[in-house]
Design a protein around this ligand. Structure first.
Ligand SMILES: Cc1cc2nc3c(=O)[nH]c(=O)nc-3n(C[C@H](O)[C@H](O)[C@H](O)COP(=O)(O)OP(=O)(O)OC[C@H]3O[C@@H](n4cnc5c(N)ncnc54)[C@H](O)[C@@H]3O)c2cc1C
Length: 560
């Protein structure tokens, strides 16, 4: 689906479910929508939405035609045409983020117009229309991603760690983009040369055909795409959730659906560690498994549907000596809230190898998703670790690679991995289990070229020409930004609820009569859920469970 000609039919689709992507509403459904908005006459050529507008309205065509166009520089590509009974919108219409497209009347007629908030009320209150709209928005986004039709072009290389980072950032934020691979397209390299863009500035991102970003940070991309533009950072929130992994997203869904004003802060993209999982098979309700990415994007959309807002930014400090609490974000912004849920999870542990960071993203990976699997092609790979995440990665990579060497320091997997995964590893002809083994040296110039591993039982070291190593050796809590605000356990995880001893509470002068609620930290009104909490069960289901139940305690604190 690459050819994009300007025809009256718009872009070709990969899906055959056209009636679900572009449904025609019934007269009864249209009447129900009318009750939420107003009728507006439109003239041929009138622009109703411009590319880059935020919190755009939602339109249902009653008479005439609306064309959806993608402007790029001076050009315009026709994406689709909506006629009577059809409606505009895709995922950004729900989130209020910048519109990818221009909406223009192709024929004069009449439309129903719903402002952004009116459209949110419609999807929250009318179950039938809510599901028709949500399904169409998601399917339209899937088509845009498949077609690489967005408002940005990424120019990168498989040899650059930044390219992998940006691809993951865009993929996990569900943002469509076009990609040009410098290794395959020498003409583009010449073009970059003429703009004096050096190798160290790769990857390059062209944002909306205008702004050229050289090796941008995730924050710069979020700013350029206007991810955070529609969010009012001056308002005092009922609840700030920090971290959009499974626990934070669950807190956002439950909090927003129960009427709280919720803002979620996320450093990178929704999904957390779960988002880097190729297939989660033990999450209730998904008998054939679900990819972490898919679970996260559904939860993300669900949170937005209930009105939670998500700011792509890192919390750098909690100012905890006053109320309302203040969370400082990267770049210096400050957001106040009456309650805070910390759901910052954990980050991958690294191997103690001198030159490890040189190969991160170009041979050393911390997640095994479709993006990394594509980079490996049919090569041999190494997975390091003996836990469930390592087991899943090995099983997933065994489907596409030539051989998976699974390196663990202990002599068996029995204590650390689920039985179903051990069985799959044992029966896979592609996976070679190597106990008592650890990597001792990495070698390569531009990218990882050779790995040396040592068998600690025999003392023998071997060199292998392998360029892809997946490190899945557990994680440390993301709590160093909390800077003494609350009691942590010796490993740095947050202590909460009944785990806080009377000594813990007196050490911080716990200021109120009642004891901390379940999941409440040593700071009243600040809670910890999921992997970041000491003693939590490090699983998606328990993270979701904690994120869900914490909201009942948030309500109690808000009423105090
Ligand atoms: C590869 C892999 C596979 C797994 N497979 C399974 C499985 O099959 N089944 C299962 O039950 N469990 C699985 N797990 C474990 C599961 O993913 C975790 O237990 C779960 O994700 C924990 O959720 P969480 O929300 O507590 O934290 P996380 O998922 O760690 O999310 C924390 C989020 O907070 C963000 N964050 C951190 N610091 C900040 C900050 N300062 N400001 C803003 N945001 C911040 C992070 O970017 C992240 O998105 C797997 C884990 C991995 C790594």
């Amino acid at each position: 689906m690459t050819a994009r000609s300007k025809t009256r039919r718009g872009l070709p689709l990969t899906s055959t479910s056209i009636e679900k992507i572009f449904p025609k509403l019934t007269p009864a459904q249209i009447d129900r929508i009318k009750a939420h908005g107003h009728i507006r006459a439109v003239q041929r050529g009138e622009v109703l939405v411009e590319q880059g507008d935020t919190s755009v309205p939602f339109f249902v065509v009653i008479a005439g035609e609306l064309e959806i166009l993608r402007p790029f520089g001076a050009d315009e590509t026709l994406v689709t045409v909506h006629s009577s009974g059809q409606f505009t919108g895709e995922v950004n219409t729900l989130s209020g983020r910048k519109s990818f497209f221009r909406v223009r009347a192709a024929k004069s007629g009449k439309v129903i117009e719903l402002k952004h908030q009116q459209m949110l009320t419609l999807v929250q209150t009318d179950a039938e229309l809510g599901s028709i709209l949500m399904r169409a928005f998601i399917l339209r986004r899937v088509e845009l991603i498949a077609a690489g039709v967005g408002d940005i072009v990424l120019i990168g290389s498989t040899h650059s760690a930044g390219t992998l980072r940006i691809k993951e950032f865009l993929m996990r934020n569900g943002h469509p983009y076009s990609y040009i691979d410098l290794d395959r397209d020498p003409d583009v390299q010449n073009m970059l040369d003429s703009f004096q863009i050096s190798v160290s500035e790769i990857p390059v991102l062209i944002c909306r055909g205008q702004v050229v970003l050289r090796d941008p940070s995730n924050q710069e991309i979020a700013d350029c795409l206007g991810f955070n533009e529609s969010i009012d950072q001056t308002q005092v929130r009922d609840l700030i959730v920090i971290g959009a992994g499974p626990s934070g997203l669950a807190a956002a869904v439950y909090g927003a659906s129960e009427g709280l004003d919720v803002l979620v802060l996320e450093t990178s993209s929704p999904g957390g560690q779960a988002g880097s999982s190729s297939r989660i098979e033990n999450y209730l309700g998904f008998p054939t498994g679900i990819s972490g990415q898919e679970l996260a994007s559904r939860a993300y959309l669900q949170a937005q549907k209930f009105g939670a807002e998500i700011l792509i930014s890192k919390a750098t400090q909690l100012i905890c000596d006053r109320k309302p609490y203040v969370v400082e974000v990267e770049g210096g912004g400050r957001i106040s809230a009456r309650t805070v849920v910390i759901a910052t999870g954990a980050q991958y542990r690294k191997l103690p190898l001198e030159n490890l960071s040189r190969f991160e993203g170009t041979g050393i990976y911390y997640g095994a998703t479709f993006v990394e699997a594509q980079l490996c092609g049919g090569d041999e790979v190494i997975v390091v670790g003996g836990g469930n995440s390592a087991g899943q990665a090995a099983v997933f990579l065994a489907q596409t690679t030539k051989r998976v060497h699974m390196l663990v320091r202990s002599n068996s997997l029995a204590d650390s991995m689920s039985r179903y995964l051990i069985r799959r590893i044992e029966t896979s002809p592609t996976i070679v289990f190597r106990p008592n083994t650890e990597i001792v040296t990495l070698e390569g110039i531009d990218r990882l070229d050779s790995v040396y591993w040592r068998n600690n039982e025999t003392g023998q070291t071997e060199q292998h020409k392998i360029s892809h190593v997946f490190i899945m050796t557990g994680a440390d809590p993301n709590t160093n930004w909390l800077d003494g605000c609350m009691v942590l356990d010796p490993k740095g995880f947050i202590k909460a609820g009944p785990d806080l001893s009377s000594e813990d509470l007196s050490s911080v002068n716990w200021p109120i009569k009642r004891q901390p609620y379940l999941l409440e930290t040593s700071l009243p009104g600040v809670f910890a859920v999921g992997d970041v909490r000491g003693g939590s069960i490090k699983r998606v289901a328990s993270a979701v469970g904690e994120g869900s139940i914490v909201i009942s305690f948030v309500h109690k604190v808000l009423q105090e």
